[in-house]
Design a protein around this ligand. Structure first.
Ligand code: ASP
Ligand code: MG
Length: 419
């Protein structure tokens, strides 16, 4: 079995969908294709959930927009739309509308997960129908029928044992099989939809690769592979041909945007090679992530996180920061599900960085203010350099206003003021 994963950009419009269907058409079976929501649909669904949860009528407007986007996509994709496509897509719209027409519970994360997966259900329904239409017979699979998870909504954990049995029953390894399924979602023991964290479709593909014992997995992107720096911020970039699993884990840990951080481990555990390739130019080789040693010479690798907020805390009672403070702070951070990108501890203060758009940040700050003097600094950036050299460090220090530097033997992190 081979596993392909296509993200939102690769299915963003009719032309993009036709392109990936060509790629799918050319490859050997059995093949399982994991697909994300179309374009930026998940962002739209997040807005919709916010509106729904707060009882705002805007939810219905956003629903209409979602419907319009998908309906016009279908119109562009098919010259003559086969009747079943409309009825399948409409069934999903009816289900979603029924959901948001009832009052929401007071559990935000639960409600989020009951709505957010419609993006993937819609995109896979459309792609599967189009593939059938062009003669690529395939089976659409509701991934929730085999991926069991706990009920940690918004960031659910897979139940590996029960999922393994189900996945092998649902995706049988027959030599002509083409399966189309959703990334990002699973189902809890009570039958409710769960989600695996934003950008979680990479992770879904890796979970399926692991459970099905796939020969390889390919993530299709709009870049030629994994680069040593983000081309949005750096003029010169180099594509990496080979990255050992461990290094890929480190890169995604520090925030490299190319792969979801949880993706590598399920693959590494079964030594399944992962390719990152371009759907724009599939003939290019891409990047291979596999077992083995880091190729020499080491190339400095830059990871930039924009729009960072630094939260600095000093105890109101003038005491120093002790272990109890750290436990208290981290408990709150976990409670509000804030992902920390950087921390710094001194005798009298503790500071952390998170994305300035992080949900619940205001609630976290309000609660911290009961015990600490809280200072916020906005518009910061975190620049991480793996395999730094004296020259790379000098360059960063010359080009940026560095507030804090943290270094270990192979990684340097700079908290800087945005230029
Ligand atoms: N559609 C989801 C998101 O945008 C999952 C994914 O794209 O991987 O976060
Ligand atoms: Mg996406």
């Amino acid at each position: 079995m081979i596993i392909y994963k296509f993200g939102g950009a690769s299915v963003k419009d009719a032309t993009a969908i036709k392109n990936i269907c060509q790629i799918i058409g050319k490859v050997k079976r059995p093949l399982t294709v994991v697909i994300s929501a179309i374009g930026t649909t998940t962002n739209l669904l997040e807005e919709l959930v916010d509106a729904y949860f707060s009882g705002n009528d805007k939810a219905l407007e956003l629903f209409d927009l979602l419907k319009k986007n998908h309906t016009s996509l279908i119109g562009n994709l098919f010259e003559e739309v086969p009747a079943p496509v409309y009825s399948e897509v409409n069934a999903l719209f009816i289900e979603l509308k029924t959901k948001i027409s009832k009052p929401s519970s007071d559990q935000f994360n639960f409600e989020y997960d009951q709505v957010i997966g419609f993006g993937e259900l819609l995109s896979t329904t459309i792609v599967s129908a189009y593939l059938n239409h062009i003669g690529q017979n395939n089976k659409w699979i509701d991934v929730r029928t085999c991926l069991d998870s706990d009920d940690n909504y918004v960031d659910a954990n897979i139940l590996w044992d029960s999922s393994k049995e189900k996945a092998n029953a649902v995706f049988p390894d027959n030599p002509t099989a083409l399966y189309i399924t959703q990334g990002f979602i699973a189902r809890d023991q009570n039958g409710f939809t769960t989600s695996l964290g934003r950008e979680g479709s990479d992770y879904t593909a890796a979970i399926l690769a692991h459970l099905l014992g796939a020969d390889k997995m390919i993530i299709w992107k709009d870049v030629l592979g994994i680069l040593n720096a983000d081309p949005d911020y750096f003029e010169e970039t180099t594509k990496l041909d080979l990255i050992p699993y461990q290094e890929a884990i480190e890169l995604s840990y520090y925030g490299a945007r190319v792969i979801h951080p949880k993706t590598i481990k399920p693959l590494q555990a079964k030594k399944i090679p992962l390719w990152v390739k371009s759907f724009i130019d599939p003939s290019q080789k891409g990047t291979l992530i596999t077992k083995g040693e880091q190729p020499q010479p080491l190339l400095p690798n830059y990871i930039v996180k924009k729009r960072q907020l630094l939260v600095s805390l000093k105890p109101l009672n003038f005491s120093s920061i002790g272990e109890k403070d750290l436990v208290f702070i981290f408990t709150l951070v976990t409670k509000y599900r804030i992902k920390l990108n950087f921390t710094q501890n001194t005798a009298v203060s503790f500071a952390f960085c998170a994305n300035s758009t992080a949900r619940n940040m205001q609630d976290l700050v309000t609660e911290l203010e009961e015990k600490y003097e809280v200072e916020l600094s906005e518009d910061l950036e975190l620049i991480t350099v793996r395999h730094y050299t004296p020259a790379t460090i000098e360059e960063i220090q010359n080009k940026h206003h560095v507030l804090v530097e943290q270094k270990n033997s192979n990684t340097a992190i700079y908290l800087t003021v945005a230029n």
